[in-house]
Design a protein around this ligand. Sequence first.
Ligand code: ASP
Ligand code: MG
Length: 417
Amino acid sequence: MAVTDYEAVPEVSVDQHPQRGTVVMKFGGTSVAGPERLRGVARRLVSAHEGGSRVVAVLSAMGATTDELVSLAHQVSARPDPRELDMLISVGERISCALAAMAINDLGHRAVSLTGSQAGIVTDTKHGKAKIVDVRARRIHESLDRDEIVLVAGFQGVSTAQDVTTLGRGGSDTTAVALAAALGADRCEIYTDVEGVFTADPRIVPQARKLHAVSYEEMLEMAASGAKVLQLRCVEFARNHGVTLHVRSTFADVEGTWILEEDDRMLEKAMIAGVTYETEEAVYEGEGADPAEVFQALADAAVNVDTVIQIGAGLVFSAPSEDHAEAAAVLERLGAQWSERQGLGKVSVVGAGMKSHPGVAARTFSTLAGIGVRSEFVSTSPIKIAFYVPREDVERSVRALHEAFELAESTIEREHA
Ligand code: ASP
Ligand code: MG
């Protein structure tokens, strides 16, 4: 067997290279959509570099490139081979990085673009949903030592079987956080087309406010319950490795939202962080199959189960709509009598303060009752209450709950150290 480059590279641990002043800056698809915006990103990276930081940038594919590549694959093949699909959709990020490197060179600074594989991002072998298992950052360190700005293609890596893999939609966030952890970066800045994390989706609640700070736990719950601003796995990674995240706008030079360890000051004034919603989730009801077997088979098929409710022999669970074919196949194979609950959406109230403040459940139930919304199922965690309601009631439920918890009031602004 050929010895690959990365096998020969020793794992670089944070302790071996305590580099201060490293910043990882991630730019999303809208931020790099077009030559002018790419030049703008290049200028931002150069100014961070001129400010004295060692700069590692992670870029997404330009605009809707990933969607277009996925659709192209489906025009050619009804069921694209997962390995080949990853080969295809990983190129979008490479395009952005190569172009940004050219623009940086034109500004008189040195830059180098790297694929996920060249950057040392090693993943497991699950195509389309790969998990990062190691970051071998030697090459990035060497470039930074030569004073180069390093551009890493987001959303991808190389598997332990030496194939190109992708990390799931939105995966560039996770690339950025993994690099920040491996490089011992001071922080990971996520530049996007919104100004931060809001108390609710501003398209539904115009009065929604940008949050100054959110704890990892809150952000995990929000990302898992429909907040699209960060990929769930990225937040998990940040929490596990203590990486401070700053979500901010590419287009306005203002402070965004900090995501970090919970801090008393954060909760003093605001026990609820926000109200989120999800409409891309399927709810299954079944019986006649052993729950242990069902969930094992779902896990093996990489179906990410969210809510689970068991009442006697009956089982209710939810999973992302995109995993529908896999979930249905599992239920069929195990001989369950099952059906899918159509037309439900989920509205969640999230806040670390509810651990210590009773009455949140009471207020949510009475708010929904007050506007005549009936929930079908409710599921909770210590910092979240989620209601499954008819899809057509989702938006007004979000607005009513946002109002009931007075989330538009600036007097409950959150602070952090
Ligand atoms: N371009 C990929 C996507 O659209 C990854 C990312 O942008 O984070 O999902
Ligand atoms: Mg994204």
